[in-house]
Design a protein around this ligand. Structure first.
Ligand code: SF4
Ligand code: ZN
Length: 285
């Protein structure tokens, strides 16, 4: 017998995914945590006929990344799927720990790398869409921060679904109306193995503060959903009024993926990090 949690989670995922144009092959970004592990499980239950490829990025953050990969493998195995792993250190010659030496506030670099690599891998795998497990509170925090910081450009760009554009694969967030608590209940209910340890190097105090604010502003889920829908409407209005120019995209001069600058931020940062590590190596001789 289905539990209420299972029914709600499945219904919300179905309602969201049904808004996307037809797709057949989906990449699901699997971090090893409860959110993406649950997304893989729900999605396969709701859409047993779609082709799913779980992809894990090993960022090289010591024991945390090793454990993350181990749990992502368990989750993929439970779903009967082969996990695709991209190991940053093996493929690029440096890890996020190395990048941190040059960029102490490494989360924005790490986040940008994850977005870029997921797109590149999914494009090479010929996937129709990339699904990520961002949940209701993730979106509320992001939108609230944009409003309070007058980050209207960011808010205007906010979307829960992004259609394909050239070599940028479509992106969907099926958990955008599912709260973190429900996802945790679902993960326990279904016996999904997951890593509960948090990344040891991320500086997320700011995000945590906003998260606490969201909990104070909206204790009940219905209230969170109401705020989410108001902020989404505001984002749509900002986007459609034309007052905020959207960046023009052109192929990166180095990798060819669409970007808003001559060289995309991934290629530029990879170059800088490698040069920094070379200098560091030369200085140690
Ligand atoms: Fe990367 Fe920051 Fe997330 Fe750690 S917390 S995985 S450094 S984005
Ligand atoms: Zn590039």
């Amino acid at each position: 017998m289905k539990s209420l949690t299972e029914e709600i989670v499945k219904r919300r995922v179905l309602t969201e995914v049904e808004k996307y144009p037809f797709f057949q092959k989906a990449v699901i970004a699997l971090s090893g945590g409860k959110d993406s592990g649950s997304l893989l499980h729900v999605f396969m239950e709701v859409y047993p006929d779609k082709e799913v490829i779980p992809v894990h990025l090993n960022l090289g953050i010591g024991g945390f990344s090793e454990a993350s990969e181990r749990f992502a493998r368990m989750q993929a195995e439970k779903a009967g799927l082969q996990l695709v792993v991209f190991n940053l250190e093996k493929e690029l010659g440096f890890s996020i720990m190395d990048a941190k030496k040059l960029y102490p506030k490494v989360c924005s670099v790490c986040g940008g790398f994850k977005r870029y690599l997921l797109n590149r891998i999914s494009f090479e795998l010929d996937a129709d869409i990339i699904l990520t497990a961002h949940h209701l509170e993730d979106f509320l925090v992001r939108m609230l921060k944009s409003v309070l910081n007058a980050g209207f450009e960011e808010l205007a760009r906010f979307k829960t679904y992004l259609p394909r554009k050239g070599n940028l694969v479509a992106k969907g967030r099926p958990f955008c109306r599912v709260s973190e608590n429900l996802i945790a209940e679902y993960a326990f209910l279904k016996g999904i193995p997951f890593l509960s340890e948090k990344c040891p190097i991320g500086r997320k105090e700011n995000v945590e503060r906003f998260r606490r604010t969201v909990e104070i502003l909206a204790r009940r889920q219905s209230q969170k959903l109401l705020y989410f829908s108001s902020l989404t409407k505001l984002a749509e209005k900002l986007h459609s009024c034309g007052a905020i120019p959207m960046p023009e995209l052109k192929p990166c001069s180095s990798c060819g993926f669409l970007a808003s600058s001559e060289t995309c931020s991934f290629c530029a940062r990879v170059r800088k990090i490698k040069a920094f590590l070379d200098r560091e190596k030369a200085a140690s001789f």
